[in-house]
Structure formats: structure tokens, C-alpha cells
Design a protein around this ligand. Structure first.
Ligand code: C2E
Ligand code: MG
Ligand code: MG
Length: 841
């Protein structure tokens, strides 16, 4: 199958591109309203707005007939677009670093995956606009709907699966926070219990034993629990009392000196409490302090503090699985504790946010006492990247699929159109009309219905002169004139291309006088000059139409046939006119068809015969020659050649008849010596004479039959034949060779006195019509006299045809050498009777 992006397909693709932008913005909006995930958006509001804007721009441009002036400049932008597209696509595929700055492209991984796609389609829309300036589709709503559904589904699938990716990622982040929360609480409880145990043991002791035991406990706890860095005991004035080395240094460094810490320690509560030591938070070992006020049996008061390394509170092994997140716990709005202690510097939230791009916030509850905000920032995009690459593939495949679907649908639409419309003229094909009319007829009762066939006069000759290509251009121009004239008049006219150079016109609700006027206007329009390259062409057309006041039954083929019958009549009358169909025409037509069919069979079966009519010279009453006349026996009688020869003339049949008669005549001449010394005339149609090789064929047949050229006459009737030059040249050749040429039926039809001198003939046969009325002294007789004298003056032989009356014979006798053919002497005779006639003469 050959893919060809037509304007229609291009416009559908353009629409699809704009629909895609619309779909993205709608999905973006729905995401914003329905699903918004905290971690990140798939279609960010900015992306949704941009794509809505692109949609609007494309929509606006679609209806603007962009007469792009500098096409070259626009095309030079294409590689720039393309390089940028490749850059973005490859950056996206191979370097999914969301911190990379790609100009105005958002760093959201999904936007990043959309960006090359957007660039590609905008660039495609741009190209479409350059190549097909007008992108309004003529016919493609069905394709558009299908393509829209595909695009919508593909984009929705992409969106849903992208949302799923975000959802899963977010679930991982939340799970991590929950894990942190439970680990933290578990550790804090066990540390609390440890402190409680120490307190329980020492509270019953005396002052002296207290110190020893505390020291022992401090040693064993710091040894057993890595997390416990020190155990510190201070008295009620918060002066150092006892502690291991770490505790000593801690105290000595003034880590309890902060008033808020002192206040916290002195509070009256007997409960074991804990607090982060804000002074150590930015150090290597951030300290969480567990505080247990102790009252010894002698009433003395101390504060027992266990100092825990916050970094060791959480077991990192468990968090490994979730390492693509960095979690920070907000201890105070100024202090953020990194669970992963990757970042020693616990800066402000704004600073954290600028270091990463995407995070989720959670609250964790510590020991059911306090709530802390946590922020989990994503630091590794590998999994998201993998998913976006796969998801982007969904979109590419959707576009590829839609492209193929549009092209396939468009090529099948084109095939349909080609079947419906003619390629040369763009008009409806005759075959497609049936459907149009079945629809039309089912809609309403049609009054004033007409079918017309318009055909160019002598198009064959024009075609031969112009050649195929220019003739097609001419037909296209004619079609354009007909349809624009038809539309100008009324849009209830349907124009279709008929066969060859004919056009079919259908009129509805157009009554007779109006119809004739419209058809004449169309003929007038068609007859205006054509300019094909540097050729100026003037031609005319004829039109036949059938009219129905009310259309009872509809038969397109029959209507065209009727219009064709009328057309034939119009052409017969010289063309360049409109003829309306009448029933009588059809009878003639039917008869013509019947004659044609029967004649075909008669020729095949060699049924045609030849009769001869003698031609006498009045001077000495001798037979100077005979005229061979074809005879067609049928049903015991004869079909008159006056009836069947004109029918045969409309086709090549007349040539076959001429050949048959010639062969019969030659064999008769060969057979009967009586025919060898007189002139035998045979009638030939002009169609036959202009055939290539006519004169050479004839002369070789005559030579083969030992017939003297000057004993043979070619009779031809003048007509409005187009190929006059060829005809005249052939006749001149024949005269030069010594063959006689007779102009038959002189005085009728096209012959005129003025043309007599130029006739390529040495014999003039004056038609019977001229002799009628010339029997007595009359105008006709004087006219006949003038013609005969003129012919003699030009040195022509004159034969007067159809002479029946003796009075005419005696009058014509004054012209020496005049020849007479007519019933007065003899009717046309079969060969045997002719031979008898000649012998008895
Ligand atoms: P045409 O060539 O002018 O032939 C003379 C016609 O006049 C013949 O009619 C003939 O029978 C008729 N005719 C001759 N004398 C008289 C007369 O005194 N009174 C009357 N009323 N008619 C007379 P036909 O045979 O019916 O032929 C009619 C025409 O058919 C011919 O006219 C010729 O044009 C054509 N035709 C006949 N045979 C052939 C043929 O073999 N080939 C071609 N191409 N045309 C032929
Ligand atoms: Mg004749
Ligand atoms: Mg004649």
C-alpha cells in the first residue's frame, strides 16, 4: 500500500496534534483536582497550562490561511527544531538528572519525558502548516473521531500508569517514614526502660553507695549499648557529680548550660523525660538526653542523664532498602535532623528544599508525646526514569499508531473518492451518480427533473491535434466552466463526467423554459475561448436533454440514453445547440440501433448485394457507365440504402460496406466483359476515403483486376467532414492516377456553386432534387442550365441524376455530352439483368 500524505490526512494529523495538547491539559486539570500526589505531579499545572496554550495557538493557526512568505526560512528552522528535539530526547533517555537545566523545560521527570514529544509534534504541526497552507479538512470527521479516541486512550493510559509510578514512589517514602517512626519509638522505649531500671536500683541506696553503683551502671550501659555514649549525674544545683569520660567532657563543654536545658531539668515532674540537646545537634554526635530525677533514701536529689547518640538511634540497615530518600526530622524550625546523617549541616527547610526537588512531608509521633514533621526528599530517580521511558514509549506508539491509522483510513478514503470522482475533471463519475440519485429520490418528490448530456463538437479532431495531456487539461477547463456556471445558476444542478468528452447534468426543480435558458448559458460559457499554454482554442458543444414534469420512475441509464438521443439530434443539426428529447427521436433511435445490429449480421453473413444503374450519354444514347448501388435483402424485400447507409455512416460499418461492394464490383467486372469497356462508379463514404492507404488499396485492387483506372469512378458526397484536407488530397491523388472522381448529389447539403471550381473531381452528379420541377420551363430549369454550363466551362463531366421524365430528356439533349442516370432509362438492376440491358441497348 502506498502512503501519500494528502492535504486531508495532513489536516487530520494537525487536528490530532492539537487534540493531544487539549487531552494533556484536561488530564492535567483532572489530576490537579482529583489525584494530586504530594511527591510530584505527572502533568504539572504549568505543563497543563502550556499545553492548553499550544492547543489554542494551533486552533487559531488552523483557521488562518498562513501564506507563509519565506518558506525557505521556515524550512531552515526545521533542523534547529530537530536538533533540539534530539538533545532533549537523548538527555531524557540517557541522563535523567532532574537537576540539569533544560531551559524552559520543567525538571519534573514526567514533564521531561513529555518535552521531546511536544517538541516533535509542534515541529510536525509547523511542517504541516508550511507544506499544506490550508489545513481545514474537507472530509475526515470519521477518521478524526477514531484518531481522537486512539490519542485520548493512549494519553490516558500513559497518564494513569505515570500516576501509578508516583503513587508507588510515594508509598515507598511513607513506608520509610513509618519505619523510622516505629524504630525510633521502639529504641526510645527501651532506652527509657534502661534509665528507669537504673533509677529503680539507685533510689533505695544511701548516698555513699549511690555513686559507686551509678559508676558501675554507667560503665556497663555504655559498654552494652553503643547508642549510650554517657551516663551523667548532676546534683540538684546541676553541678557535676559523677559520669564517665564522655559525660565529663559533655558537662565540661557546657552542654547543659543553656537556660532552656536547665529549666527542662529542673521541672518538677518525676517522669523520665527525653530531649534532644540542641547544643550538640550540629556536632558529630548529636545527643538525645534521657532525664531521670533521683531522690535517695536520705532525701538528697540528683539528676541522672543518659546521653544517647542520635545517629545510632535508628538502625540504618533497615533503611537501606529505602535509600533513595533522605529523611529529615524537624526538631525545631531551625533544626533538622538527618536520619541518614548524610548531611551534617542541618540547615533550614528552605535550604533543604533547594538542594532537592521532590519530597513528601509526614508527621511522626514520638512516644505519643510529641509530634515531629519529617521531610523525605527523593535523591535517586533511577526507578522513576525507567518508568517514564517505558511510559513515553506508550505515547510514541500511540502517535505512530494514529499516524498509520490516519494514513490507511485516508488512502481508503482516497480510493473511495477515486471510485466516486473522475480524476481528470474532479466531477462525479457516472457510476457514482446512481447512489446520489437514489438518495435524492428518497428525500422528496422531484418536480421539473431533467437529465442533460453535453458533448463537445468535433472533440475527436481536437484531441488528435492537441494530444492526450492538453486534451485532458481542456476537459478539466470545460468541466470547471460547466460546474461554475451550474453553481452560479442554481445549486440543485449536479454535474458528472460521462464517457469521453461528454458531461452529464442533472436538474431538479427546474422547469422547461428555465432549463433551456440554463443549458444555453452553459453552452455559451463552454464556447468562450480557451487558453492552453500558448494555444488559443475555440470550440462549441451540443447538448441533449430529457425533461420530466414529474419524475415517476427513476432510471439513470435510461435517462442518459434519452438525453443522448436528443444530443445526437443536436449534433446532426450542426451542433452548438440544445435539443430536447421527444418520443419520436427515440423511435428513430431504436430503429437505428436495430438497423445497426441487423446490418452487422448481414455483413458477417455476406448478405449484401450490388445492383447497377446504367448511365447514358444523351448524345448518342449509348451506355457510358453504370453506378453500383448496394442492396440489402430482408424479409422478401429490400432495405433502402438511403435508410441504412446513414446509419452505417455513424460507425465504421460504412467502411465494411464500401469494401464489400468494391470487391463484388471488381469480381463482376472481371466476370462480365460488358463491364470492362464502360465506366463503373462505386459510392464511397468520406470516412472510408480518408482511411490510410485508401487510394493505394483501391489502385492495387484495380490493377489486380486488370481494370483501367479511367474506367472506374469513386463517388463521394460532400459533407461537413472535418478532415477535409486529407479527403481532398486523396481525391486529387486519385485524379492524378487517372481514376475518375464524382461529386455525388451536387446541389444538396454542403455543395455550392462557388466551390465548384475547387472540387477535386472530374465528374459532377447533379442531384435529383435539382431536376424536380425542371421538366417544364421554370426557375428550376434555368438554375439547372446555369449549373450544367458552369460545369462544362470548368471541363467537368456532368451526370444528371434521377431523370424520370421524357420532357427533361428532350430539354437536356441540347447539352452535348451530358449524361443521364434515372428511371427513365432503367432502375438499378441485378448484374444479370444489367448485362441483358447492355446487350440489348
Ligand atoms: P446516390 O449515390 O445518389 O444513388 C442514386 C440513388 O438515386 C439510388 O438510390 C437510385 O436508386 C436512385 N435513383 C436513380 N434514378 C432515380 C430516379 O429516376 N428516380 C428516383 N426516385 N430515384 C432514382 P438508392 O440505391 O436507394 O441509394 C441511395 C443512396 O445510398 C445513394 O445515392 C448513395 O448515396 C447511397 N448508396 C447506395 N449504395 C451505396 C454504397 O455501396 N456505398 C455507399 N457509401 N453509399 C451507397
Ligand atoms: Mg451515387
Ligand atoms: Mg446521388
Amino acid at each position: 500500500m502506498q502512503f501519500n500524505v494528502t492535504r486531508n490526512a495532513a489536516s487530520v494529523l494537525y487536528s490530532i496534534i492539537s487534540y493531544f495538547c487539549l487531552v494533556v491539559s484536561i488530564l492535567g486539570l483532572s489530576e490537579f483536582m482529583l489525584y494530586k500526589y504530594e511527591l510530584m505531579s505527572v502533568i504539572t499545572p504549568t505543563a497543563a497550562i502550556i499545553s492548553a496554550l499550544v492547543f489554542l495557538i494551533l486552533l487559531l493557526l488552523k483557521n488562518v490561511d498562513s501564506s507563509i512568505k519565506s518558506k525557505k526560512f521556515c524550512l531552515s528552522l526545521v533542523p534547529v527544531f530537530f536538533v533540539y528535539f534530539l538533545f532533549i530526547q537523548f538527555s531524557f533517555l540517557f541522563h535523567m538528572d532532574v537537576n540539569v537545566n533544560l531551559g524552559w523545560i520543567d525538571r519534573n521527570p514526567f514533564t521531561l519525558s513529555l518535552a521531546p514529544l511536544f517538541l516533535f509534534i509542534i515541529f510536525s504541526a509547523f511542517l504541516i502548516k508550511i507544506y499544506f497552507k490550508n489545513v481545514r479538512s474537507v472530509d475526515g470527521n470519521r477518521i478524526k473521531l477514531v484518531a481522537f479516541i486512539i490519542i485520548f486512550s493512549g494519553t490516558a493510559i500513559w497518564h494513569q500508569s505515570s500516576l501509578n509510578v508516583v503513587k508507588n514512589e510515594e508509598a515507598i517514602a511513607r513506608e520509610r517514614v513509618h519505619l523510622i517512626e516505629s524504630m525510633l519509638n521502639k529504641n526510645l522505649s527501651s532506652q527509657k526502660q534502661a534509665v528507669a531500671r537504673i533509677r529503680e536500683r539507685v533510689e533505695s541506696l544511701s548516698y555513699d553507695n549511690f555513686k559507686t553503683l551509678v559508676n558501675i551502671d554507667a560503665k556497663s550501659y555504655t559498654k552494652d549499648y553503643e547508642v549510650i555514649k554517657g551516663v551523667l549525674v548532676v546534683d540538684k544545683k546541676l553541678d557535676f557529680y559523677s559520669g564517665n569520660d564522655f559525660a565529663k567532657t559533655f558537662y565540661a563543654n557546657g552542654m547543659l548550660e543553656k537556660p532552656t536545658i536547665k529549666a527542662w531539668m529542673r521541672q518538677s515532674s518525676k517522669d523520665i523525660q527525653f530531649a534532644a540537646n540542641s547544643l550538640t545537634l550540629n556536632s558529630e554526635i548529636p545527643i538525645l538526653m534521657f532525664l531521670a530525677p533521683i531522690k535517695l533514701s536520705d532525701g538528697s536529689k540528683f539528676y541522672l542523664l543518659t546521653l544517647l547518640d542520635m545517629n545510632l538511634l535508628l538502625e540504618k540497615d533497615y533503611l537501606k532498602h529505602f535509600s533513595k530518600y533522605d529523611t529529615y526530622i524537624e526538631l525545631t524550625p531551625q533544626v533538622y535532623f538527618s536520619v541518614d546523617f548524610k548531611d551534617k549541616k542541618r540547615a533550614s527547610l528552605a535550604e533543604l528544599k533547594s538542594g532537592y526537588n521532590y519530597f513528601i512531608a509526614n508527621k511522626i509521633s514520638v512516644q505519643g508525646l510529641v509530634e515531629h514533621n519529617t521531610f523525605s526528599f527523593i535523591n535517586n530517580y533511577i526507578a522513576i526514569h525507567r518508568s517514564t521511558v517505558i511510559n513515553q514509549l506508550i505515547l510514541w506508539l500511540t502517535f505512530a499508531f494514529v499516524f498509520v491509522v490516519v494514513l490507511i483510513a485516508d488512502s481508503s478514503r482516497l480510493a473511495e473518492l477515486r471510485a466516486k470522482y473522475d480524476e481528470v475533471t474532479g466531477l462525479l463519475r457516472l457510476e457514482a451518480l446512481n447512489q446520489v440519485f437514489t438518495n435524492l429520490q428518497s428525500m422528496k418528490v422531484i418536480n421539473g427533473f431533467s437529465t442533460a448530456v453535453l458533448k463537445l463538437d468535433f472533440f475527436e479532431a481536437t484531441y488528435n491535434t492537441l494530444g492526450h495531456k492538453t486534451s485532458d487539461q481542456l476537459l478539466k477547463d470545460v468541466a470547471l466552466r460547466i460546474s461554475s456556471r451550474a453553481q452560479h445558476d442554481d445549486n440543485s444542478i449536479i454535474v458528472a463526467r460521462g464517457t469521453g468528452d461528454s458531461f452529464i447534468l442533472y436538474f431538479t426543480n427546474t422547469h422547461l423554459p428555465e432549463l433551456e435558458e440554463k443549458l444555453n448559458n452553459i453552452l455559451l460559457e463552454v464556447s468562450k475561448a480557451y487558453y492552453l499554454g500558448n494555444i488559443e482554442l475555440n470550440l462549441t458543444a451540443s447538448c441533449g436533454a430529457v425533461y420530466y414534469e414529474q419524475l415517476a420512475s427513476f432510471d439513470i441509464n435510461y435517462n442518459v440514453q434519452q438525453a443522448n438521443i436528443a444530443l445526437e439530434q443536436a449534433r446532426k443539426h450542426g451542433g452548438n445547440q440544445v435539443e430536447l428529447y421527444q418520443q419520436s427521436m427515440e423511435n428513430i433511435y431504436k430503429e437505428t440501433i436495430e438497423i445497426r445490429n441487423n446490418l452487422y449480421k448481414a455483413i458477417q453473413n455476406n448478405e449484401l448485394e450490388v445492383f447497377y444503374q446504367p448511365i447514358h450519354c444523351l448524345n448518342n444514347q449509348t451506355i457510358t457507365g453504370v453506378e453500383a448501388l448496394v442492396r440489402w435483402p430482408q424479409k422478401g424485400g429490400w432495405v433502402s440504402p438511403a435508410k441504412f447507409i446513414p446509419v452505417a455512416e455513424t460507425t465504421e460499418q460504412v467502411v465494411r460496406v464500401g469494401e464489400l461492394v468494391l470487391n463484388k464490383v471488381i469480381s463482376d467486372i472481371k466476370k462480365y466483359p460488358q463491364l470492362q469497356n464502360i465506366i463503373v462508379a462505386v459510392n464511397f463514404s468520406t470516412k472510408h476515403i480518408v482511411k490510410k492507404g485508401f487510394s493505394s488499396n483501391l489502385t492495387s485492387l484495380l490493377t489486380q483486376g486488370n481494370i483501367l483506372f479511367n474506367n472506374f469512378t469513386v463517388e463521394v458526397t460532400e459533407s461537413s467532414f472535418q478532415e477535409k484536407t486529407i479527403l481532398e488530397n486523396t481525391l486529387h491523388d486519385l485524379i492524378e492516377l487517372g481514376v475518375n472522381v464524382a461529386i455525388d448529389d451536387f446541389g444538396t447539403g454542403y455543395s455550392s456553386l462557388s466551390s465548384l471550381a475547387n472540387q477535386p473531381a472530374n465528374i459532377i452528379k447533379i442531384d435529383r432534387e435539382f431536376t424536380l420541377g425542371a421538366e417544364v420551363d421554370s426557375k428550376e430549369r434555368r438554375l439547372l442550365d446555369t449549373i450544367i454550363t458552369a460545369c462544362f466551362d470548368l471541363g467537368k463531366v456532368v451526370v444528371v441524376e434521377g431523370v424520370e421524365d421524357e420532357r427533361l430528356i428532350s430539354y437536356l439533349a441540347k447539352h452535348k455530352d451530358i449524361r443521364i442516370q434515372g428511371y427513365f432509362f432503367s432502375k438499378p438492376l441485378p448484374i444479370e439483368q444489367l448485362i441483358d440491358y447492355i446487350e440489348n441497348c
